[in-house]
Design a protein around this ligand. Structure first.
Ligand code: GMT
Length: 377
């Protein structure tokens, strides 16, 4: 198949998932065309079956807001027609579903019908999409999609609750390449020794430091853990809350034990040297970073928000606590870190769970959907 993939190319779960999906489809012989405004973060190597089309957004003094959607739709039309695409797969409803709808209409004038599939990822539904400034367009373009997928049952239900959706939403879970995230503790011992020179436990948080991630809770949990277990905290990623978090660490006297390592592409290395992953979010449709941690045998201490209970199984792969219940999260973390036998059991459970979301189980679900949609339209 010739597939166009549209996503946010930034350091976020939806872009990561879309890029990994495109790479896996290319490995299986499909021609994959990424259409984005910059090279996606994980699209970092040459592949004979992968093409990248940058969306150029010309500026003009009249525009206070450069019309990105128009540029994106026009690029979609160009790629569909010149590369003979069979379908478009857009990730994150806003504005990708409505731009795909427009591109489809324009292309139909040439006599071709090119369907588009919309994958919902989370905040496009639960936060931004609900805003009344966007809601009519989001509802319309989801309903006009030739197929809709959501990355968890929770997100599917949230979408039905928040919008008047007349079509079926298929759940296709996020996936992980367990080979890539396979724990390589011995190989990376030098890295671990640099971070935790005295054998401290390593706690990890990865996010874009937005409010929804509740990074202050990560710091509060770590502070409690550190009182009972020698530990270090690695913070991966960057975003609006980072300056406040740095300040909080200084005020709490934690600076010596907290390391901000910024945006990291080699997440598998960081996960390989970690003992616990913390994800106390207000909401997660899925929690892809938690799944990647599990693939590296890192148990997850998370909130029970959104789709997290579908990924992190309480007592088996980690522990769930109510949003904001820092004491409960710290208690679970301390119990686990103090009990090597229990830690080993939960690590094993985490890996087993990650294998259920193996990339090889999920890619065929997308391929089947593509074929069904192409044959139907
Ligand atoms: O979590 C973020 O802030 C990034 C966001 C995105 O849209 O890139 O991630 C969402 O999509 C991921 C991939 O499907 C999910 O694993 C995340 O849980 C989801 N984030 C939220 O729902 C907050």
């Amino acid at each position: 198949m010739r597939i166009g993939i549209v996503c946010y190319p930034t350091y976020g779960g939806s872009g990561v998932l879309a890029t990994e999906l495109g790479k896996a489809l290319a490995d299986k012989g499909h021609m994959v065309h990424f259409i984005t405004y910059q090279q996606p973060v994980r699209l970092n190597a040459f592949h004979a079956n992968i093409y990248y089309h940058e969306v150029q957004v010309p500026t003009y003094p009249l525009f206070d807001f450069p019309p990105y959607e128009s540029a994106l739709s026009s690029t979609m039309v160009d790629v569909i027609l010149n590369q003979q695409l069979d379908l478009l797969h857009v990730h994150y409803a806003i504005p990708h579903a409505s731009t795909a709808y427009l591109a489809k209409q324009i292309v139909s004038k040439t006599g071709r019908v090119v369907p588009f599939i919309t994958t919902l990822h989370g905040t496009d539904i639960t936060l931004v999409g609900k805003d009344k400034t966007y809601a009519p367009v989001v509802t319309f373009s989801i309903n006009e999609s030739d197929a809709i997928t959501a990355v968890s049952n929770n997100l599917r239900e949230e979408t039905y609750k928040s919008f008047q959706i007349e079509k079926d939403i298929e759940v296709i879970y996020n996936f992980v390449d367990t080979e890539r995230f396979k724990r390589r503790e011995a190989e990376l011992k030098h890295f671990r020794d640099a971070i935790a020179p005295n054998g401290e436990k390593v706690l990890l948080h990865v996010s874009n430091f937005r409010k929804v991630k509740r990074v202050p809770d990560v710091i509060k949990v770590f502070a409690q853990v550190r009182e009972q277990v020698p530990a270090k905290l690695l913070l991966v990623g960057d975003g609006p809350d980072r300056p406040a978090i740095e300040c909080m660490c200084r005020e709490m006297g934690l600076c010596g034990d907290v390391r901000f390592v910024g945006k990291q592409e080699q997440l598998e290395d960081v996960m390989s040297i970690s003992d616990l992953f913390l994800l106390p979010s207000d909401y997660e449709s899925f929690g892809l970073a938690a799944l990647e941690a599990m693939a590296a045998e890192v148990p997850v201490i998370s909130s029970n928000a959104g789709g997290l209970p579908e990924v992190n199984i309480h007592g088996e792969t980690g522990f769930l606590s109510p949003v904001g219940d820092v004491d409960s999260m710290a208690k679970h973390a301390i119990e686990l870190l103090k009990d090597e036998k229990k830690l080993a059991k939960v690590r094993k459970g985490a890996l087993e769970q990650a294998q259920r979301f193996h990339i090889n189980n999920v890619i065929p679900q997308y391929e089947a959907l593509y074929e069904e949609v192409i044959n139907r339209t």
